[in-house]
Design a binder for this molecule. Structure first.
Ligand SMILES: Cc1ncc(COP(=O)(O)O)c(C=O)c1O
Length: 390
């Protein structure tokens, strides 16, 4: 299990590396890509073996969502998250971005509103708006070193047109793991306001030692009648390019509605994706994820110590995710100045905080799923870029 051998991704049609110059003005020649959420190290050997077996077989014909594939997902949720999932609840989408778009399609109409708790994964708002729906932002509140919910404030922000609430657990960005009480409160909030709750748990495996992820369904099972769960291996195993992820829907009526939409759109899973998931969700895959988290823990410690040493810069302590959420408000600089220094001096492509909605204005998000040496390099670049503050 090697997370430190350098792998040159430039020229491999990687969105993260080969699009960064066009999107962020940072050349892959001497820059670092620390934006979109995929990892710079190879996936688990058991997953690569599954692809090799398929290649050796040489036939890439049609497949169906076969029982061992569905069982492996149920096994993973049970053994890793203590969440009992009936394989019959599981549907397959082309990634969770796609699953979110499908939920918007099935359970809202153009002109409806969709609630989100910000700052949150920027694509929630983008998907809502590009599908002709309206974003209702409910800002999280900063409390000490983390975010907390303010449901009374959220209640006041609802317009009455919300049909859906898209919830992120653990939160991207900030890596907050929500408690059982918070999850129950969100579930009840959605129900009280007549919203279907889409609970996106894509980052649930990327939990740092000493923390435990709480699956919403395990603590609020009464919410099944109005909740759709999203989970996937794309972040955990760095297989986002396979475009696969799961909708887990215990309620038969909600599930039937989604199944029908998948049928009308002629959705069928890719064979390689299914083989890779089955291989990933296994004891060998679990051991690899544990090792990955130790690697990320080391990355996070070096990154946080290095960034926090810059006066006015503060990296929020993560409970989960490999996405560092860094506040530059203490520097007194505008977002434009911070961006220019990171782009032109540090030469790092990062995800700009304002894209994550209200609360993200003074932040930048850095992806730490890379080799240790790259994190060390990034810290030095950042310290140089803000050296006048030292
Ligand atoms: C919270 C969240 N949901 C969904 C996605 C998209 O996942 P996929 O690549 O499976 O579409 C991401 C990717 O960063 C994410 O962070």
């Amino acid at each position: 299990m090697d997370f430190n051998t350098s792998i040159d991704r430039r020229g491999s049609h990687s969105t993260k590396w080969d699009k960064m110059e066009r999107l962020f003005g940072v050349s892959p020649g001497d820059g670092l890509a620390m934006w979109t959420a995929d990892s710079d190290y190879a996936t688990a050997p058991c997953v690569i073996d599954a692809v090799r077996r398929a290649a050796d077989h040489g036939i890439f014909g049609y497949v169906f969502e076969y029982p061992e594939y569905l069982q492996s997902i149920a096994w993973w949720m049970q053994t890793r998250h203590n969440w009992t999932v009936d394989p019959g609840w599981i549907l397959t989408a082309q990634g969770l971005g796609n699953a979110i778009a499908l939920c918007l399609d099935v359970w809202t109409d153009p002109g409806d509103a969709v609630a989100i708790f910000t700052p949150v994964y920027h694509e929630f708002a983008i998907k809502i708006e590009t599908n002709g729906r309206i974003v209702t932002e409910c800002p999280l509140q900063r409390k000490g070193a983390t975010y907390v919910l303010d449901l009374a404030d959220a209640q006041n922000r609802l317009t009455g047109r919300e049909k859906l609430l898209i919830w992120c657990s653990p939160q991207n960005p900030s890596g907050r793991i929500w408690t059982a009480d918070e999850l129950r409160a969100v579930s009840e909030f959605a129900h009280r306001n007549g919203m279907i709750l889409v609970c996106d748990e894509i980052h649930h495996d990327l939990v740092y030692p000493g923390n435990t992820f709480v699956p919403l369904d395990a603590v609020a099972p009464e919410g099944r009648a109005w909740t759709v769960y999203l989970a996937g291996a794309s972040k955990t195993f760095n297989i986002a390019g396979q475009r696969t992820g799961n909708l887990i829907i215990p309620d038969p009526d909600l599930r039937a509605a989604m199944k029908q939409r998948l049928r009308t759109l002629d959705y069928n899973a890719s064979s390689l994706a299914l083989f890779m998931i089955e291989a990933a969700y296994s004891p060998a895959g679990a051991a690899w994820v544990d090792a990955q988290m130790l690697h990320l823990q080391g990355n996070r410690e070096i990154f946080d110590a290095g960034l926090n040493a810059i006066p006015g810069v503060w990296s929020m302590p993560l409970q989960a995710t490999y996405l560092a959420w860094v506040d530059f408000s203490g520097t007194g600089m505008t977002h434009e100045e911070v961006s220019a220094r990171i782009r032109d001096v540090a030469k790092i492509a990062v995800s700009p905080g304002p894209g994550f909605g209200t609360g993200g204005e003074t932040f930048m998000r850095f992806n730490l799923a890379t080799q240790r040496a790259t994190v060390e390099d990034a810290v030095q670049r950042m310290q140089r870029a803000f050296a006048d503050l030292q």
